[in-house]
Design a protein around this ligand. Structure first.
Ligand code: COA
Length: 162
């Protein structure tokens, strides 16, 4: 099976919003690489190894989804190296547009073969974000409805060890 599209992110942690975008992209393009790639501007709650394990668990058994990770560097370099050119990102609303357009612009500048496709997030995920989940963690709120079960479990474990 050749993997047509790449859904990149920091996934700190993966949420139900990310799952929705990845699975819909898989349904459209046939197969998707969910790529954990560091965002140099973000300090994360979960280590890269933890985020990768959670992504693998969240997508376990899903046909047409492969979870990969990059140690760093540009997304455009990863795509070139792996002979991929299609990036999928979700848009929850207008406030995501500028940030996503800037990333899409730089990806294309660095590798003109790259195309970025945007999928609208589901309305129920409009206010869902990894940082909301992290903040909820900080204050001990219940995040079970926002994340896959493996993430809820990992957060509870982190809370106990904090
Ligand atoms: N539903 C819910 N939440 C969503 C969402 C959806 N459909 N789509 C995005 N989000 C949220 C995430 O939860 C996250 O929230 P937070 O910032 O509050 O934590 C935020 O939107 C985006 O995070 P994520 O999707 O994990 O990716 P990112 O913006 O951290 O990273 C990369 C984007 C990884 C693609 C980008 O940083 C990258 O390409 N890095 C490599 C370096 C590079 O090539 N840069 C390119 C330009 S120089």
């Amino acid at each position: 099976m050749s993997f047509a599209a790449v859904y990149p992110g920091t996934f700190d942690p993966v949420t139900k919003g990310h799952l929705d975008i990845a699975l819909r992209a898989r349904d459209i393009f046939g197969s998707v690489v969910v790529l954990l790639i560091p965002n140099g501007n973000k300090k994360t709650l979960f280590t890269q190894a933890e985020r990768f394990a959670l992504l693998q668990e969240a997508f376990r058994g899903e046909p047409g989804i492969r979870v990969e990770q990059a140690d760093g560097g540009l997304l455009s370099d990863y795509l070139k190296k792996n002979h991929l050119r299609l990036v999928v990102r979700g848009l929850r609303g207008a406030s995501d547009v500028e940030y996503e357009f800037i990333n899409a612009h730089y990806n294309k500048l660095f590798n003109p073969e790259i195309e970025t496709v945007f999928l609208p997030g589901k309305p129920e995920n409009a206010f869902l974000s990894s940082s909301a989940v992290r903040e909820a963690f900080l204050y001990g709120a219940d995040i079970i409805s926002l994340v896959p079960p493996c993430v809820a479990e990992a957060i509870n474990k982190k809370r106990k060890n904090a």
